[in-house]
Design a protein around this ligand. Structure first.
Ligand code: G3I
Length: 456
């Protein structure tokens, strides 16, 4: 199961060393290009080099958005349906199953060769009221069996891991099972019953228990889940994996002992997966925490993959926290590079520090002209590797003067003729952005000259 999976996905980073092309051309023509070596490097590839997958939650309704799908296809090799595989979506009324939206996710994964995490079979939330109102144990048992069986049969052979049971424990210090309809009507045995049914239907799938606030080792909830899993393993209940949702914010930061928690669960003999990772914040602090979670997974051989809970901040379930790896314009954030660097350092890639392989090119075009001035626009393109910053120079001919700039941080040499434009907003592999400026001609209409594009 997991071993076969790991050998399937274990690939080496593709490395393509290209000849160095460094040059400067005048603005009337083309470009300046800089580069020595390039490596196609994405989260999925960097994770695969460590024997792990790197996934994201996906909303079927966003698949028509070009940038969303391009980012998804480029960076991720595992998909979790953010909402459309939940009970209320799949079986909204008794015995009526609707797989139409869910199948779009499965079809996308199939076309792109991505794995699927099935989320989720039995959960107290996004559970239709007709299930919540059942009071007969026999009826609820039958309904649970029918739902698990029908959904797993529908996707049999397509799903690497299933969240069989989600969030069955209370928050806080009680360590108690959550007061769901399943707990009230069926008692403690309902969780293992769900696992037995799932195992009957698809013995090859990795069957997970998935929860949140189970990150710090010593909390009541972590201990309660651990004790349940230890009990299941000791009695041969078919559980293969524990999912750690990993929704972090300032009130619930990444614990320092995270890898200890993951390792302690792994020592029970189950896989561990980080299943819904997002971390509120921005900049250094967010990047550091994302790097820390990645490192914790890498430190535990049985941590087989990481899924982030969405592609872009703008569609996050808590967008105001900007908790993901790509901003609202699909630019990779510092957090992205922290994850990528951490994976590459573990996987024997080229370090991914933007050093050797980070390249960019610049192209100039005049966009507007008036009696005394013109506007210039420079397009900056990343090479085959994501870059975290870029800079280039724009040189004007005296007595020309640059009177305004936009979309970058400008600085000038002492002559005032050479402007350096830089940005620390990164670009994905092959991504592009533009900056602009106004040149007061003072009678000289020569186009400006671009320097090399320098990326890191
Ligand atoms: O699709 C409807 C739309 O038609 C309607 O106009 C709108 C108005 O409220 O609601 C839309 O549905 C929302 C749905 O997300 C899709 O956007 C639901 O209200 C909203 O409740 C639902 O939230 C989801 C949440 O689970 C529900 O519990 C989030 O997207 C989803 O990210 C979140 O995911 C959960 C995991 O499954 C389990 N772990 C925690 C995680 C975060 O809460």
């Amino acid at each position: 199961m997991s071993t076969a999976h790991q050998s399937r996905v274990r690939t080496r980073l593709r490395k393509a060393v290209t000849a160095a092309v460094v040059g400067v051309m005048t603005a009337g023509g083309l470009v300046a290009a800089a580069g020595t070596a390039s490596a196609q490097t994405t989260l999925a590839e960097a994770a695969a080099a460590t024997g792990r997958y790197f996934g994201t939650a996906v909303a079927a309704g966003r698949l028509g958005e070009q940038d969303y799908t391009a980012t998804l296809n480029r960076e991720f090799n595992s998909i979790t349906a953010e909402n459309s595989w939940k009970w209320e979506s799949l079986q909204p009324s008794p015995g009526y199953f609707d797989f139409s939206t869910a199948d779009r996710i499965a079809e996308h994964a199939r076309q792109q060769g991505m794995e699927i995490r099935g989320h989720t079979l039995v959960w107290h939330s996004q559970l239709p009221s007709w299930v919540q109102n059942i009071s007969s144990p026999d009826e609820l048992r039958q309904v649970m069996r029918n739902h698990i069986t029908t959904v797993m049969e529908h996707y049999k052979g397509q799903v690497r891991s299933w969240d069989v049971v989600n969030e069955a424990f209370e928050d806080g210090s009680s360590g108690a099972r959550r007061n769901s309809v399943f707990q009230r009507v069926l008692g403690d045995s309902w969780i293992e019953e769900a696992f037995y049914i799932a195992h009957e239907v698809d013995p090859d799938a990795t069957l997970c228990y998935n929860d949140y606030n189970t990150d710090a080792w010593n909390t009541a909830k972590t201990q309660a889940v651990y004790n349940m899993v230890a009990d299941f393993v000791s009695r041969g209940v078919p559980i293969d994996c524990v999912g750690f949702q990993a929704h972090f914010n300032s009130g619930n930061p990444v614990p320092e002992n995270y890898h200890i928690t993951l390792q302690n669960f792994a020592d029970l003999g189950v896989e561990v997966q980080i299943t819904e990772l997002d971390i509120a914040g921005w900049g250094d602090s967010q990047a550091e925490q994302f790097g820390g979670v990645t490192l914790a997974c890498l430190a535990v051989p049985k941590c087989t993959g990481i899924t982030v809970w969405g592609v872009t901040d703008k569609y996050s379930w808590r967008a105001e926290d900007t908790p993901l790896l790509f901003d609202g314009n699909y630019n990779p954030k510092q957090a992205y590079y922290a994850v990528l660097d951490t994976l590459l350092n573990a996987g024997g890639g080229d370090g991914g520090d933007g050093g050797g392989g980070a390249t960019c090119t610049v192209t100039y075009a005049e966009t507007q002209r008036w009696g005394d001035r013109f506007n210039g626009e420079v397009t900056v393109r990343a090479g085959n590797e994501a870059i975290r910053s870029w800079s280039t120079t724009v040189t004007v001919t005296p007595p020309q003067k640059i009177s305004a700039t936009w979309n970058g941080e400008a600085s000038w040499d002492t002559s005032g003729n050479v402007m350096t434009m830089r940005s620390t907003s990164g670009l994905p592999a092959g991504g592009q952005t533009t900056f602009g400026f106004t040149v007061m001609t003072n009678g000289n209409w020569a186009p400006p000259t671009l320097g090399s594009c320098v990326a890191s």
